[in-house]
Design a binder for this molecule. Structure first.
Ligand code: DC
Length: 228
């Protein structure tokens, strides 16, 4: 029998540190990465560009099915991924808070989530995958060997996001970000389909009072325990 391809699912709310931990872990393990939030952000961006109304579900699904996207490693640890839509680098546009809000809105559509499930699963390639999102452990990779639910207080998350976006030269205020995080949490946790919640077999880590290094070593300890 073929050797199973291990999956490490990292779910949690916006700003909990999933992106950084996913990148560090993938680099450490030599695994592939799925940034599932980027897929929802890309569909939102493509819809805006093509003037597709977010209420037009069939058109959104069609758009998602025909997406011409690609991910490239840049070799830059600060910005490791270059994301392209029809061969145009849209990484910076995707990182804006507005792109996250759009993504959270279209992510409530069940047909759309179904339409990109196969694409998400296609990232499961040898030697393994670290999948970052909201429903990686609960829906897309229920079979994942390791499931982490990474969370932090809304205040800690707003401050981290603020610093991250400022460092990238993206203009935001802390109060606007706090409000946006609050609304995004409400939408992501309250939706009917694949709501953000820890899988029953996930290890929950609250990173509010932890440094990135502390979170990384805690996650690594779980990975080593579960993958051996
Ligand atoms: O992780 P992110 O901030 O890039 O995600 C943007 C939005 O996309 C998030 O608020 C909800 C949605 N999302 C989702 O519903 N399921 C996922 N697996 C990933 C993201």
């Amino acid at each position: 029998m073929a050797k199973p391809i291990p999956v490490i699912a990292i779910d949690g709310p916006s700003g909990a540190g999933k992106g950084v931990i996913t990148q560090r872990l993938a680099m450490f393990q030599g695994y592939n990465i799925l940034d599932s939030g980027a897929l929802y952000r890309l569909i939102g961006l493509a819809a805006r560009r093509e003037g597709v109304d977010f209420g037009n579900r069939p058109k959104l699904v069609k758009l998602a099915q025909g997406l011409d996207i690609s991910f490239f490693g840049t070799g830059d640890p600060e910005n490791p991924l270059s994301i392209r839509l029809a061969n145009e680098d849209v990484t910076r546009e995707l990182r804006a808070d507005e792109a996250g809000v759009d993504a959270s809105k279209i992510a409530t559509i069940g047909e759309l989530r179904d339409a990109i499930r196969g694409l998400q699963r296609s990232f499961k390639q040898p030697p393994g995958l670290v999948a970052d999102g909201r429903d990686m452990g609960t829906v897309v990779f229920q079979e994942a060997e390791v499931k982490i639910f990474l969370t932090a207080s809304p205040e800690a998350r707003a401050e981290r996001r603020y610093k991250q976006l400022k460092d990238k030269g993206i203009d935001v205020t802390l109060s606007a970000l706090s409000l946006s995080i609050h609304e995004r949490d409400k939408r992501d946790m309250g939706r009917e389909i694949a709501p953000l919640e820890p899988s029953t077999d996930a290890v929950i880590i609250d990173s509010s009072a932890m440094t990135i290094d502390q979170v990384f070593y805690r996650v690594l300890a779980v990975v080593e325990e579960r993958l051996d």
